[in-house]
Design a binder for this molecule. Sequence first.
Ligand code: SF4
Length: 347
Amino acid sequence: MNKTDLTNLSLPQLTDFLVSLGLPKFRGTQVFAWLYRPNVTDFSNMTDLPKDLRESLAARASFAWPQIAEIERSNDGTAKFGFKLKDDNYIEAVLIPDEERNTLCVSVQVGCAMGCEFCLTGGIGFKRNLTPGEIVGQVIRARDWLNATTDATPGLNNIVFMGMGEPLANFDNLLVALDILTEQRGLDFSERRITVSTCGLVPKIIELGQTTKVNLAVSLHSVNDSIRSQLMPINKKYPVDEVLEACRNFPMPKRKRIMFEYILIRDLNDAEADAAMLAHKLKGIPCKINLLPYNESAGLPFRRPADKTIELFQKTLWKAGYTVLVRSSRGADISAACGQLAGKMIS
Ligand code: SF4
């Protein structure tokens, strides 16, 4: 008999499954809560369930989180986790510790179909979507590792969907994973502490805003269609103005802002005029801008701009009234920085 994998079920879905086995509804909440406690690996750990129920669940269902195959530590404290999946595919997640925040950058696909030119993940193409359990499992493994290896308070408390793959291209599984992450009896993350990043899949941007309250990040990298199409093929389908229109219509409570990611690449999108055009195009969108000086990777032709150029770009946006941060690269020495994931798959 094929066993049902409980890691792929939200609380309502798990409850429906248990009801279909003839169990009362409250067992759904009970079993669900057990799945997300630290160090629960077997139904026998669920000690407040009757023994015969544990045995019958073990016969019909299973749960197992992806195994950590290896961990690389950066000089700056960043940790990159490599996970080997059941089908031998390999994915990565990156833990970025900070004073008040411990952020996990999570993957949603094996590879990626979007083919962004600056990104190593894009270079390997698309293999498959991750299941909800494989997405949530990265969080569980990183949480447990963090708790076991450091006395870090407040623990893992921030999640960004900026790892391998395009989250909105794995939309249904993303939604189930978000349900589990934010469910009080699951991992109990506040939606304010979760950010989903997209390269600009316009129809799904609005749907995400209508279905969830998580933060939105958009990888922009240029507001010039010809440059953006060169960097990100998706721009040919959803050009800059359509992406920005979707952002204007993204349902957001007051004071919440969209985060625009802008990788600065020498002599391509880093001129003062590019900054001025960016400022003009973003007018009216409550936002903040993250500037990411390009992390040079072997095999890719792009270069990091000079520090002075980065400063001037930032100043131009400041003068136009935007909140702009230049994000320092974390984990570049272990290929864990933005756009560098999947080195293992390439090798
Ligand atoms: S940047 Fe994101 S969307 Fe683009 S190829 Fe890389 S993983 Fe895919």
